[in-house]
Design a protein around this ligand. Structure first.
Ligand SMILES: Cc1ncc(COP(=O)(O)O)c(C=O)c1O
Length: 382
């Protein structure tokens, strides 16, 4: 098998350490641990990097997506279109609002929403569309805008911090952008999310919605000159606030985002070059107008040419110490959605193929050059 020694390579590992740890000291020492100056600083840096007017930190991408729908007034009787191949919460948030999930198929070449299929799913009830920038590759937002003029677009950029389409960063490509800082993402705060928008009215709503619907923030309330002031509550909100401990970590992490992506890009290019002669393995494919964020490096196993099935190949790699994962799941094939909407797996063939044959191989910032060489060597030896 391999001429080099067996290694153990996880699918993903965040880069956190002494700087992030040091950064949490200030909130811990001052006692201001809930949303405060650190969260504000993180939001400012995030907004600058993604070239948007407003950014609001929340507890996860899932809660960001939920608030985006609430801010757009999505409710019972409305339909929201989501790609059938994505993380389950892209669909769940639609149900949180009492609306109907309408799936659109994905293009198995890019794993992103297929504009042609999307066009067929639009009805007079379509209240919003959630294009997903899966694995860090932006959806073709220009095509989507052409197909759905006037329909609000919520970018699920959970995986797409730092990614761009035609030179414009994710988060400013639609009406509202949503990001995740889960440890499998390029930058992390443990758990966490961010909302972005250029729309001032939506920004005001989002800021209130994540804080119980309060008209003023905790900080304004406690540090302001008028101690008798309590916020007004003109709408029903949620407690989706990020803590300042997370905000402090986010400030350190966001400054490293471009370095992380550059490194990932370098090694993704290495993989694509070294693996191109493996006839049964398709490496990520996308046009020059995309700046990939490389949250994951997801391949596609062509079982008609492969030495074994996708799952057997994943087992073989596991035996060699290389962790892999299916890219994500086809949500329409999950029991809950299958039963709820009486959908067949074959109704969305692109998503079904992506579900059955996608394979993420390790790509993260704690891998050594030897780790990458090892993955290539083992894949070539199969
Ligand atoms: C496409 C997509 N959307 C949403 C989420 C949810 O992110 P979070 O875990 O921050 O809620 C994820 C997480 O993996 C994701 O990949």
């Amino acid at each position: 098998m391999s001429s080099i020694e067996k290694r153990s390579i996880p699918i993903s590992l965040p880069v956190t350490g002494i700087e992030e740890w040091e950064a949490t000291k200030e909130p811990l020492m001052t006692g201001w641990i809930t949303s405060g100056p650190k969260v504000r600083e993180f939001e400012k840096l995030f907004a600058e990097r993604h070239q948007v007017k407003h950014a609001f930190a929340v507890t996860s991408a899932t809660t960001a997506l939920h608030l985006a729908l609430v801010a757009l007034n999505v409710g019972p009787g409305d339909e929201v279109i989501v790609p059938a191949f994505t993380w389950v919460s892209t669909a769940n948030v639609v149900l949180y609002c009492g609306a109907k999930v309408v799936f659109a198929d994905v293009d198995p070449m890019t794993f992103n929403i297929d504009p042609e299929d999307l066009a067929k799913r639009i009805t007079s009830k379509t209240k919003a569309i959630i294009p997903v920038h899966l694995f860090g590759l932006c959806a073709n937002m220009d095509e989507i805008k052409k197909i759905a003029p006037g329909i609000p677009l919520i970018e699920d950029g959970a995986c797409a911090a730092g990614a761009a389409f035609k030179g414009k960063p994710a988060g400013g490509l639609g009406t509202i952008g949503c990001f995740s800082f889960h440890p499998r993402k390029s930058v992390t705060t443990g758990e966490g999310g961010m909302l972005t928008t250029d729309d001032d009215e939506l920004a005001e709503l989002l800021g209130m919605l994540r804080n119980h619907g309060a008209s003023i923030s905790e900080e304004q309330r406690h540090h302001g000159p008028r101690p008798y002031i309590l916020p007004d509550f003109n709408l029903m909100g949620f407690n989706y606030r990020m803590t300042d401990l997370q905000g402090a970590v986010g400030v350190v992490q966001i400054k490293k985002l471009d370095q992380f992506i550059d490194e990932r890009e370098k090694w993704a290019t290495y993989y694509s070059e070294k693996l191109k002669d493996i006839s049964w393995l398709r490496t990520p494919t996308f046009g020059a107008e995309y700046k990939h964020g490389w949250q994951s490096y997801v391949t596609f196993v062509d079982e008609s040419k492969a030495p074994a099935s996708r799952n057997q190949i994943m087992e073989m790699l596991q035996e060699q110490g290389i962790s892999t994962r299916p890219g994500t799941h086809a949500v329409h094939m999950l029991n809950f959605y299958k039963d709820k909407y009486q959908i067949e797996a074959t109704d969305y063939p692109g998503a079904q193929a992506a579900n059955d044959y996608s394979m993420a191989i390790p790509l993260h910032n704690r891998m050594s050059p030897e780790d990458f060489e090892y993955v290539v060597e083992v894949l070539k030896s199969l």
